[in-house]
Ligand binder design. Structure first.
Ligand SMILES: Cc1cc2nc3c(=O)[nH]c(=O)nc-3n(C[C@H](O)[C@H](O)[C@H](O)COP(=O)(O)OP(=O)(O)OC[C@H]3O[C@@H](n4cnc5c(N)ncnc54)[C@H](O)[C@@H]3O)c2cc1C
Length: 478
């Protein structure tokens, strides 16, 4: 191809923006499209919510600590960046989790998947549910399918199929651990569409889960020795920020502009003019917006008030993580699992806790343990100072895990308005955004605000946005 190189801008230097930038550079090279790419990041560092810190000889994840391997884009990205041999799965000896009931940590029964059981014996013998609660959950086996079509909340689905106790004692804390959101507001089709499919295909969620488990077992058996190589959750030996460093290492340094906040954009002829705080505007042929929905809405206001309004209305919740390093002998609990979740009905500050040094190898030296507390979500404690919050969690650790004495390190990170909430009707709003964006040439949106909140979802959406933008730029360059 000939002519002047096209210019693409990526707004946002979290995982989404970095993947989009990397993909634009790689694919433009492959397709022989002359392209200059710049990435603008408002803060002084790359990575957004992904941040790994070393303290007290421990490897602490401030934001995400792993990603799902069943969504292929996470593992594929690591492979592409030469990080495959550094992938670490969860400790195979301790894959169970605990749940709090009336002040006691009880193991989640084997075969339980988020909302419902797939094995009968562990479910029937668990003290997590009352006999009446179990009976009500069993009704799922005979209840008819839902007649109405359209979205419903996760809470409505669970109460309808499995009853209130299943919601309060299991589904709510499990879901809060993933989405930091209230299931009374969350959209089922946007968050757990697999359960809609189960009801459609099997009528009962329990039968659906059993069917899926059998299918998975058959697949694993027929795959034999070449079967699944990864656990469900993966991380990297030196933490997830390694992914950020590897991506940044593939992008020319001059293209990565930190401390550069995009403010707005407008059309000028067939190009974009992007206004940047305290700097001259930047001209580009294509722009990929990889920002959380709020700032994205602000940037596109002049281009499409309709898109700006939908983006601006996307709700976000807040959470905080606290990484605690203790000497092993300070913790009475054997920490023989991946961690625990806390139902809201227990009225605790803690929402969940990962036993990080059990969950993944290499997080703490032999004589220490690393615990990662998750607080906030629907039950916010953000009025408290950092110190008060740490003290409250320590009190709960003392009661639940038998923790004694002060931690060697306690590192708190607040994520104010960082957890996107897929409320009822979310996918309709995404479809409306996609229709609107399809009318605007040379603009793409990517990130966790649309079709999946996890790291692999962000990578998938960045790949799609980069491909879309590159097609546009290629057509212009031809
Ligand atoms: C506490 C926590 C735990 C999580 N745990 C997991 C997990 O275990 N597994 C998992 O898969 N996912 C997890 N997630 C979700 C996952 O971390 C995010 O979905 C993902 O990192 C989002 O990446 P992003 O690049 O889209 O956005 P962000 O990481 O938010 O990055 C956006 C970037 O844009 C920048 N920016 C904002 N405004 C502007 C502007 N105007 N101009 C330029 N730059 C701007 C910001 O500074 C930021 O760096 C977690 C999230 C949180 C908050």
């Amino acid at each position: 191809m000939t002519g002047r190189p096209r210019r693409a801008l990526v707004l946002g230097g979290g995982i989404t923006g970095l993947v989009a930038c990397h993909r634009l550079i790689e694919d433009a090279r492959e397709r022989n499209i002359p392209l200059e790419v710049s990435l603008l990041e408002a803060s002084g560092r790359l990575g957004g919510t992904i941040q790994t810190v070393r303290e007290a000889d421990c490897l602490m994840e401030m934001g995400p600590d792993c990603f799902l391997s069943v969504k292929p884009e996470g593992v594929a990205l690591c492979r592409e960046l030469g990080l495959e041999s550094r992938l670490v799965g969860t400790n195979p000896d301790f894959r169970r989790s605990f749940i709090l009931r009336k002040g006691r940590l009880l193991p989640v029964p084997q075969g339980f998947y988020l909302l419902a059981p797939s094995s009968f014996l562990p479910f029937l013998t668990t003290p997590i549910f009352s006999p009446l609660g179990k009976l009500r959950m069993g009704l799922d086996l005979i209840l008819p399918r839902r007649k109405e079509s359209g979205d419903e909340t996760l809470a409505s689905f669970v109460k309808r199929r499995l009853g209130r106790e299943a919601l309060e004692r299991m589904a709510q804390p499990m879901i809060a651990g993933i989405y930091s959101a209230d299931p009374e507001e969350l959209s089922l089709e946007a968050t757990m569409p697999q359960f809609i499919e189960m009801e459609r295909d099997y009528r009962s969620v329990i039968l659906g889960l059993r069917g899926r488990m059998r299918q998975m077992a058959r697949r694993e058996q027929s795959a034999g020795a070449s079967g699944p190589r990864y656990g469900l959750f993966m991380t990297l030996d030196t933490g997830l920020e390694t992914l950020i460093d590897a991506l940044a290492g593939r992008i020319p340094g001059a293209s990565l502009q930190t401390g550069t906040r995009a403010v707005s954009m407008r059309r000028e002829g067939d190009q974009w003019q992007v206004a940047v705080e305290n700097r001259r505007p930047i001209t580009a042929d294509g722009v990929c917006i990889a920002l959380p929905a709020g700032p994205a809405g602000g940037v596109v206001r002049e281009v499409s008030p309709k898109l700006a309004e939908i983006l601006g209305d996307t709700p976000y919740g807040s959470v905080a993580t606290i990484n605690f390093a203790f000497r092993r002998d300070q913790v009475a609990h054997p920490l023989d699992g991946m961690g625990f979740v806390v139902p809201a009905v227990e009225g605790k500050t803690l929402m969940a806790c990962s036993f990080s040094s059990t969950k993944f190898a290499g997080r703490a030296p032999e004589e220490k343990v690393l615990l990662r507390a998750f607080v906030g979500g629907a039950h916010l404690h953000f009025g408290l100072s950092d110190n008060d919050l740490i003290q409250k969690v320590l009190e709960e650790f003392s009661a639940l895990l038998g923790v004694r004495g002060a931690p060697e390190a306690a590192r708190l990170q607040r994520y104010q308005g960082a957890m996107v909430q897929y409320r009822l009707g979310h996918l309709d709003r995404v479809r409306r955004m996609e229709e609107e964006i399809a009318r605007i040439p040379g603009l793409a949106l990517a990130g966790g605000a649309y079709r999946g909140v996890g790291i692999p979802d962000c990578a998938a959406s960045a790949n799609e946005a980069a491909a879309r933008l590159l097609d546009h730029l290629a057509a212009r360059a031809a």
